[in-house]
Write a protein that binds this ligand. Structure first.
Ligand code: HEM
Ligand SMILES: *[C@@H]1O[C@H](CO)[C@@H](O)[C@H](O)[C@H]1NC(C)=O
Length: 501
């Protein structure tokens, strides 16, 4: 609302109504915000929470750094749930307890929090349910099985790189390499794309775009004025966001186009039909609903983006933190290594059948996912009111966020939650525990569709890495956890690698 002064100056007659208009607009906007705030205060009135500023909400407490520690200390005070204010006019009920999480994930009227996804990679909202049915066959055991050797191949490229990189007493930043590895692997499994992105420096513009997107969405969420679409669009961050989206889309369009072209080519088609396995893109391209309708190009792109995005960044986080946990706990590292050596014998590579035998390693992987959940929180928008087991309710239209990170470290659920103890995942202990105490892949109808894929990749990466290297932490560079949608470390994860004989 900026009156055009060049036109207005000759006659103040024009300026005057414009000023009045602006004033009224600002006034109406203020009333609207006031009303919204009152509504939110009422919605969450039965939930006490940490004191918050009327305009900044909890933002000032959060931006002082150590956001996750702040969440933990709030969770200690409010072990079930509390309202968290992002600015004075937006709040979500933050859930820290399995009983509450169970209600949220079991609730029919929840849609994935629009905020995180809107405008990111899934542009036009969730046609999620229909799509999920189309996609589920893509995660069938028969489809996943041949991926194991592709994952192993990608992991080996990474380990070879590390071997060339290591020098005595100098640590390696893992996250970057692991991200490229998981991207390489998802591109092979999902699209049969052999990209060389791990060794070819120039091909990783897509990785940079995804990095940018996660960073930008994270900041947009925390900086209240950016919640307004218009302000965001004209800001420099907003423009960077658009550019990153454009790059990501360009990459995706290329992948789809190449496949469609090869489907037209008879020779290529025969090659695909003879392929030992179907990749996700084959499944997406063939997916038809009961009316015989397939996915539109735009839907296809949204799905491809989701796979790439959800599939590689999360797994990269999982693998990196897992290797960090192994480095911190040499006794568990050694036990996993021995288990893997025993399973593989003198074979150098790993196969599908081996994965099920990695009992102790799997417990360590789960314990690492507990302490460092790659997706530290998920949010849901309520399309109908929700009532928790204790009778407290939240009205329709509210945002509810399950803080997976806080839940996994909730001392009323986990004994000595900060301690790394794989025995927590022994079958006896698991059966004694709340069904919703461990939620790295969320739960309910909208849980992670790629869970099995991810677990396989974690196992392959762990096994092959431990066979080749001994890991120790770099005391000079401890990681600093930050939730950039995916759990990362603000300056990477640095480990010392020693090549095993
Ligand atoms: C360690 C790795 C992973 C973790 C911790 C993880 C975690 C999660 C979580 C917590 C959700 C729920 C998000 C929400 O509701 O807002 C989710 C959803 C999803 N994940 Fe994963 N994920 C991982 C790997 C993967 C992989 C490898 C793929 C694909 C190949 C994948 C595909 C998806 C998809 C498509 C959804 C949306 C499902 C739906 O809404 O129906 N994820 N994931
Ligand atoms: C259950 O967990 C506790 C604490 O982590 C551990 O000491 C104990 O050995 C576990 N029990 C079994 C049967 O694994």
């Amino acid at each position: 609302c900026s009156p055009n002064f060049k036109i207005a100056t000759p006659s103040s007659l024009l300026l005057y109504p414009a000023a009045v208009f602006c004033l009224i607009y600002v006034l109406l906007k203020a009333i609207q915000l006031y009303h919204k705030r009152q509504q939110l205060l009422k919605a969450f009135e039965s939930f006490p929470g940490p004191p918050s500023h009327w305009l900044y909400g909890h933002s000032s407490q959060i931006s002082q750094g150590g956001e996750l520690n702040q969440l933990l200390s709030w969770a200690k005070e409010y072990p079930y749930a509390y309202p968290r204010w992002i600015g004075g006019f937006m709040a979500s009920l933050t859930v820290n307890h399995p009983d509450y999480a169970k209600t949220v994930f079991g609730h029919g009227g929840t849609v994935t929090g629009a905020y995180f996804r809107k405008g990111l990679l899934i542009l036009h909202g969730p046609k999620w349910f229909q799509h999920r049915r189309l996609l589920t066959p893509g995660f069938h055991y028969d489809v996943l099985k041949p991926y194991v050797s592709l994952m192993a191949e990608s992991t080996k490229v990474m380990l070879d790189k590390w071997e060339r990189l290591i020098t005595v007493d100098k640590s390696v930043e893992l996250f970057e390499h692991v991200s490229l590895m998981t991207l390489d692997s998802i591109m092979k499994c999902a699209f049969s794309c052999h990209s060389n992105c791990q060794t070819d420096r120039d091909s990783d513009y897509y990785i940079k775009a995804v990095y940018d997107l996660t960073y930008l969405v994270f900041h947009r969420f925390r900086f209240f004025p950016f919640h307004n679409d218009f302000i965001y669009r004209i800001s420099s961050q907003g423009r960077r966001f658009q550019e990153a989206c454009r790059l990501a889309h360009q990459h995706t369009d290329k992948v789809i186009k190449e496949r469609k072209t090869s489907l037209q080519d008879q020779q290529e088609l025969e090659k695909i039909q003879k392929k030992k396995f179907l990749d996700f893109l084959d499944i997406l391209l063939c997916a038809k609903d009961e009316n015989g309708a397939g996915l539109s190009d735009e839907d296809l792109r949204a799905e491809v983006d989701t796979f790439m995005f959800e599939g590689h960044d999360t797994t990269a986080s999982g693998v990196s933190w897992l290797l960090y946990c192994m480095a911190l706990h040499p006794e568990h590292q050694q036990r996993c290594r021995e288990e893997i050596k025993e399973i593989l014998g003198d074979r150098e590579t790993i196969q599908w059948d081996d994965l099920g035998k990695m009992t102790y390693s799997t417990m360590c992987i789960k314990e690492s996912l507990r302490l460092y959940p790659p997706v530290p929180g998920v949010s849901r928008l309520l399309s109908k009111p929700i009532t928790f087991h204790d009778g407290r309710t939240v009205p329709e239209g509210s945002l509810v966020a399950v803080s997976i990170y806080s839940l996994h470290r909730n001392p009323t659920v986990w004994q000595d939650p900060e301690v790394f103890d794989p025995m927590r995942f022994s079958p006896e202990n698991v059966s004694k525990r709340h069904s919703h105490a461990f939620l790295p892949f969320a739960a309910g109808a909208r849980n992670c569709i790629g869970k099995q894929f991810a677990m396989n990749e974690l196992k392959v990466a762990l096994a092959l890495t431990l066979l080749r290297f001994e890991l120790t932490p770099d005391p000079a560079k401890p990681p600093q956890e930050i939730p950039q949608i995916v759990l990362k470390s603000s300056h990477g994860i640095h480990l010392l690698l020693r090549k095993l004989p």
